[in-house]
Write a protein of this length. Sequence first.
Length: 236
Amino acid sequence: MPEGNDQNALVLFSGGQDSTVCLAWALEHFASVETVGFDYGQRHRTELDVRPHIRERIKALRTDWASRLGDDHMIKLDALAAISETALTRDVAIEIAQSGLPTTFVPGRNLAFLAFAGALAYRRGIKHLVAGMCETDFSGYPDCRDDTIKAMQVALTLGMDRRVVIHTPLMWIDKAATFAMAQEIGSDPFVDLLVEETHTCYLGDRSRRHRWGYGCGTCPACRLRADGFAKWKAEC
């Protein structure tokens, strides 16, 4: 198996706002970009359903992006839901649990995602992983912390005896800055794609269209996105 190619990247692509911005970022920085999604028995499949539409619209935005965007992969990790009692895998109220973490925290999820993405990247000859973890708007999730990601990078590099680099372009910015980054990378057409196509609502609601996109408008993910969009617009 050849060493990972410095010009290739694999993006952990959920179909949400953050991972879509990361995909555009990767298309700007790497010659060839593949995507991977995870079906882990989540409470709804809305994000998974919008993924192919987003990929097609991104390719239609720019010819250079179309030429760089390669294969998409879907990995089934439903065992994660089987051992998780969380608001993202069960019909459980979204609130703060006794642990002090939100009930939307799925223990081990990002660790499993990165481990499987690393294994896929190894097989595909890819050195760089790109993911949307963010310590600014991370809701207290310990597996979104920069220290966690750095530790996983070391573990993957050691465990596969090959250099793995994990990029987290959104790690130190909030949702308003994420919209600003999207505007800088792809201008208004890409921001329009984010609003119309991506999905981050915890409840999977696409029946209501807001200025910032589709969602229930009341769950923490919707409120975070709405507040970020409003702040970005105010600062434009």
